[in-house]
Design a protein around this ligand. Structure first.
Ligand SMILES: [Zn+2]
Length: 498
């Protein structure tokens, strides 16, 4: 079906979007949720398994305390109430990559409920309600082979790998988020970004979207102003921050075109396609009753001691929002300047550069100037541009010591990015050091005076501003390596004008 999608501006002028996000986070515990199998990424298929995570008869699960602790800490960081008593539940469904034919999850008794996360979009704070944070186990992975696309259609056989089955998974569900209008896609992205940063600061997960340790499902619906909320769709497993934003936007456009044509939105899951930026239907959405949830009889209830929870709360690290606010103050930046640092993804890089011995102003100058430009040109993230904070600090140290001027420093930085070595090595190897030795510069100065007698006369008669032209001439003959200040002083003293 090919339909022409309406323009985004038109859609948000006529419809109000409501979004919601469900995020799955693989915890970075050493062992799985209910057994002692290791959890690290990779490994030969089906080598990190045991009777418990394979669901063999007679095996019994035991809950991983580190996973419960991590989940409580996530709940606390998201301002949730922590249950004083809760149970795991069996969620029954058949799936080849789920060896027990049920998943141990939490249903009506989640570990953490009713919190919020503040995110910033365009300088405004948006409070995102958190409905629940619960703990469950991950499934294995199915691999379809023989087909062209890696999907089940056209495949000749399917393989299952249970290494991931049983890895602790935390699900974080937002409350519905109405009222964001045209900003809905950006709010969704800002939320996942902030959540990722919070999880990283807690050290509970490596939060790598590309490896699937952070996965996001995006709910989207549209309604007419003042009307009831529309039917929502759930776009599954969106794998990058950029895709979160694109998935919301594309689903808003698609739903608007269906509604405009007098159609109805089906409640269903949809798949997001990275290449085209659109979604296609998956299965029609199950309701909770399809899963026949019941309390997991093989596990004791979880009853976190309030004193332990209070201890965990007191020991939470400084969370990203507060951390950023403190840095902004320390660096003396306006809101706008801080925003450009954030947009460039440069906070941690600047922080590390300062830690390596540079002033905030110098660190910011390099990362937001030369290196951001370079990252944009080559289409990479700033962190992958090829220079490290330590190298940038070293470069600035050479500038501060008068060994490099700005122009030479930029040339050296190009060498650093190209992998030629450290700033000092490149400066030495390429002979880029500033020449401030008076003896070496006098000849060049005399040459410039001789070649420009008119200008020299002006300077002799007191027009010292004319010295700039001679400085320029000396810089040219020394290929930019002369120290401009020294050159100027030499010119003035040779012409008796100082
Ligand atoms: Zn196991």
């Amino acid at each position: 079906m090919t339909t022409t999608l309406p323009a985004y501006d038109e859609v948000v002028a006529r419809f109000e979007p409501v979004i919601g996000l469900e995020t799955h986070v693989e915890l970075g515990t050493n062992t799985k949720m209910f057994c002692g199998c290791p959890t690290d990424f990779g490994g030969e298929p089906n080598t990190r398994v045991c009777p418990v995570c394979l669901g063999l008869p007679g095996s019994l699960p035991v809950a991983n305390k580190a996973a419960i602790e991590a989940t409580v800490r996530i709940g606390l960081a998201l301002n949730c109430s922590i249950a004083s008593w809760c149970r795991f539940a069996r969620k029954n469904y058949f799936y080849p990559d789920m060896p027990k034919n049920f998943q141990i999850s939490q249903y009506d008794e989640p570990l953490c409920v009713d919190g919020y996360l503040d995110v910033e979009v365009n300088g405004e704070t948006v409070r995102i309600g958190i409905e629940r944070v619960h703990l469950e186990e991950d499934t294995g992975k199915t691999l379809h082979v023989g087909g062209a696309t890696g999907r089940i259609h056209g495949a000749t056989e399917s393989l299952v790998d249970y290494n991931r089955a049983g890895i602790p998974l935390v699900e974080i569900v937002t409350k519905p988020i109405p009222g964001t209008g045209a900003l809905a896609p950006e709010v969704a992205r800002a939320y996942v970004t902030e959540l990722r940063d919070v999880l990283r600061s807690l050290g509970v997960s490596d939060v790598r979207m590309e490896e699937g340790s952070l996965r996001c499902d995006v709910n989207t619906s549209l309604n007419l102003p003042g009307a009831e909320w529309g039917t929502r769709t759930e776009t599954k497993n969106v794998n990058s921050l950029r895709s979160v934003e694109r998935a919301v936007r594309s689903e808003m456009l698609r739903q608007a075109s269906v509604l405009d044509a007098g159609g109805r939105i089906t409640q269903e899951t949809r798949h997001f396609h990275e290449e085209t930026g659109d979604t296609t239907p998956g299965r029609s959405k199950e309701t909770a009753t399809d899963y026949r949830y019941f309390p997991e009889p093989d596990l004791v209830p979880v009853a976190p001691d309030p004193a332990w929870v209070a201890e965990l709360k007191a020991a939470l690290p400084e969370l990203p929002r507060l951390h950023r606010r403190r840095l902004q103050q320390e660096w003396g930046l306006s809101d706008l300047d801080m925003q450009s640092v954030l947009n460039a993804g440069a906070v941690e890089l600047i922080e590390a550069t300062i830690a390596a011995g540079t002033t905030p102003a110098a660190a910011r100058k390099w990362w937001l100037g030369e290196l951001s430009r370079r990252a944009n040109e080559t289409g990479v993230e700033l962190a992958d541009v090829g220079a490290t904070p330590a190298q940038v600090a070293e470069l600035q140290g050479l500038v501060d010591a008068g060994k490099l001027n700005d122009k030479l420093a930029r040339t050296v930085l190009e060498g650093v990015v190209a992998g030629e070595g450290s700033p000092t090595e490149i400066m030495t190897d390429r002979g880029l050091e500033v020449v401030s030795d008076t003896g070496a510069l006098t000849a060049a100065v005399d040459e410039a005076i001789a070649a420009n007698p008119d200008i020299a006369d002006k300077i002799r008669s007191g027009k010292v501003a004319a010295a700039g032209a001679l400085v320029g001439a000396v810089m040219k003959t020394t290929r930019g390596q002369a120290d401009a200040k020294t050159v100027r002083e030499l010119i003035l003293s040779r012409l008796g004008a100082s």
